[in-house]
Design a protein. Structure first.
Length: 393
């Protein structure tokens, strides 16, 4: 019996039948999706060059590979993504692996046409991960983002991934987008990336450009309809309770100058009521932090002056949030804040009345915003260096 059991176990000790050696694999780090003038899908992939792939003088390994770079980009066109990736594989001697892909860039032209087919492919493909970030290449082709050399990161796409994880702008993965699209009462969004010069002086242009993730792309029915800028993005994330920390810098007329503060804790509360057929939406934003800069004609040791700054700063933030909501109402009739989703969850009976026509209902809703800002400290000095008087204007 022992011999029989040993014979039965022997077939289970064989090696992995579908193994692929490391030197036969190329890793995806990022993909770019664009639409050609002929309506074909243009797919570009960014592949890192392994250290020592090329050799320098004296047989020493070259960190940048034989091409003098740390990556290369391969592009092909096809009737769909699968067809284009098949053609890319035919151009490569190594089998590519998608599990390490960090970001998928979508060109603006393609995004305005619709990304439903893209989401269908990535949700079906077993080699793709739904936790991969998806962003829009604002104002241009996505492939150009893959070809932009970054001064710090060896792989340019890694910079965008770091921006996504840092909470700088809007961070959305395929999983996030699909879950939002499946919910009622909210419109999906994703981050938007654009290239910019690192210097303000255009006459002294550098040889490289940096990525900016300050904008947010708004989608309706899987199509790109517009963008929110950096301030509007902050207001949106604050209303959605997805803002962990933020820096605010505002001109305060009554305080006679400008201030800069770091808000380490933010929250929001949305109250939705009905007045006949009219929907009333009241948004309350809360923020606590530290005053880091105060270029005002005030005595900062006076608690009353701090309260005045808090009040005027809250008014400025509330105005920004209200303008953001109005923009979403008038330009796109798109509830990017999830107000309808909250209504669905906490007031199901009221949601049934507006469920069939929420876009129009949201567009016609009366909105009010209030911001409560609390500054615990005013820095390490008690008075403003620009202060000429001890009393506020």
């Amino acid at each position: 019996m022992r011999s029989l059991w040993l014979l039965l176990i022997v077939p289970l000790l064989s090696g992995c039948w579908d193994r692929v050696e490391m030197n036969d694999v190329s890793f995806f780090m990022a993909s770019a999706l664009d639409m050609t003038d002929k309506g074909e899908m243009k797919v570009s992939i960014q592949v890192p060059i392994p250290v020592g792939a090329g050799s320098g003088e004296g047989g020493k390994a070259s960190a940048g590979g034989s091409l003098g770079k740390t990556y290369f980009v391969v592009t092909s066109t096809g009737i769909n993504i699968h067809d284009a990736e098949r053609k890319i594989q035919n151009k490569m001697s190594r089998q590519f692996f998608k599990g390490h892909r960090r970001v998928v860039f979508v060109g603006e032209k393609f995004a305005r046409r619709g990304i439903k087919d893209v989401l269908d492919y990535y949700s079906r493909d077993p080699g793709s991960r739904l936790r991969t970030y998806i962003v829009v290449a604002k104002g241009g082709e996505a492939s150009k983002l893959l070809l932009n050399d970054h001064p710090i990161e060896r792989i340019p796409a890694e910079d965008v991934r770091e921006l996504e994880t840092s909470g700088t702008g809007t961070s959305v993965t395929f999983r996030d987008f699909l879950m939002t699209q499946a919910n009622e009462g909210i419109v999906p969004v994703m981050g938007a990336v654009e290239l910019f010069s690192p210097t303000v002086d255009s006459g002294n242009e550098e040889h490289f450009r940096l990525n900016s993730l300050s904008s947010t792309a708004v989608f309706k029915n899987y199509r790109l309809v517009g963008y929110l800028n950096d301030i509007e993005t902050r207001s949106m994330n604050w209303i959605k309770n997805k803002l962990d920390q933020t820096i605010v810098a505002e001109k305060l007329l009554r305080a006679g100058g400008n201030v800069g503060a770091v808000l380490n804790s933010t929250s929001s509360r949305i109250v939705t009521t009905f007045n006949g057929d009219k929907v009333l939406i009241h948004i309350v934003l809360n923020g606590t932090g530290v005053l880091n800069e105060a270029n005002v004609d005030m005595d900062m040791s006076n608690p009353k002056n701090i309260s005045d700054i808090e009040r005027e700063l809250g008014e400025a933030i509330a105005g920004q949030a209200l303008r953001t909501v109005k923009k979403a109402q008038t330009e796109w009739k798109a509830d990017v804040f999830g107000i309808g989703l909250q209504l669905h969850r906490f007031q199901p009976n009221a949601w049934k009345k507006v469920r069939g026509n929420w876009d129009e209902t949201f567009a016609g809703a009366e909105v009010s915003v209030k911001a409560n800002i609390k500054l615990h400290r005013a820095g390490i000095i008690t008075d403003s260096l620009t202060n000429e008087r001890t009393e506020a204007k």
